[in-house]
Design a protein around this ligand. Sequence first.
Ligand code: SF4
Ligand code: SF4
Length: 312
Amino acid sequence: MPSPSCDIPSLIKSQALSLGFDACGFAAASPVDDKAIAQYDRWIEQGHNGCMQWAAGHRDLRRDPSMLLEGAQTVISLAMNYYPSRFQPDETLRVAYYAYGRDYHEVLREKLMKMAHFIEQITHCATRPCVDSAPIRERYWAQRAGLGFIGRNNCLIIPGKGSYFFLGEIITTAQLPPDDPCEMTCGDCGRCAQACPSGALNNEGAADCSRCLSCLLIENHEDILPDWVDGVIDNKVVGCDDCQLCCPHNASALATTVEDFSPTEAVMTMTRQRVESMTSGEFKRTFAHSAISRLRYKTLKRNAALTDSKHQ
Ligand code: SF4
Ligand code: SF4
């Protein structure tokens, strides 16, 4: 139990670092600002959430995180690096870096639970940890808590560190001093919009998820994808990193030290032939603790069948 003179915000931030988080910041748990609400509403109205129908739900909760925990005072935003130290061999089908290792939901949930327990002990306040488990606008809160800014590629970019970060939040009834929001922007760079193989990004930073390969390959479970996907999928089978790979903020990304995010054997050997011969039972066993399990067996097979046949 810290003495009254202890600096609770500093204790929380140093605990986050010791648990393996790379950044931690605080924002007041007030409603999302009008401009961000209008942007989101327009994105939904234009159908740019694509197959992510869930994004249209719980609009009231997305607007006000204090509805997620009675008496909420602060949103604590946390980021953890997943940039790999090893990469897939050339002959394998591309898996987005976020899915290389153990399912980040599992890893972050464990760490967030430890953080939440620590915060409850030192503040005697309630907490609610979130890792894709509540309708909260995590990049918005990360920007407001000073972690970084939202790039045109729609990723949270941490200045000097890049965008290969998982985000998590802890909503708490503890009143913590808000950090200054990050005011950086992409400036006149537009490399991600140029690099996007399917034209899903525009220069204003709006992503049309109905054209985003990452969304289509992961969230769309129809038997058949739109015809145009065939011409742009190349060797991608799980997600797409193109708009991060080209971003200058990732030029000096450092490899994660979290062993759980190292690429699994299944990822390092994922050829088209390997996916084609995989049984449903093998899929379940192999990806039981991987974000790839969320794709579903049939979706992985569908994606692999579409990839360029040179990646056999
Ligand atoms: S993930 Fe790929 S398809 Fe989606 S916006 Fe980025 S570059 Fe385009
Ligand atoms: S590539 Fe350029 S425009 Fe796109 S997110 Fe990075 S800095 Fe911003």
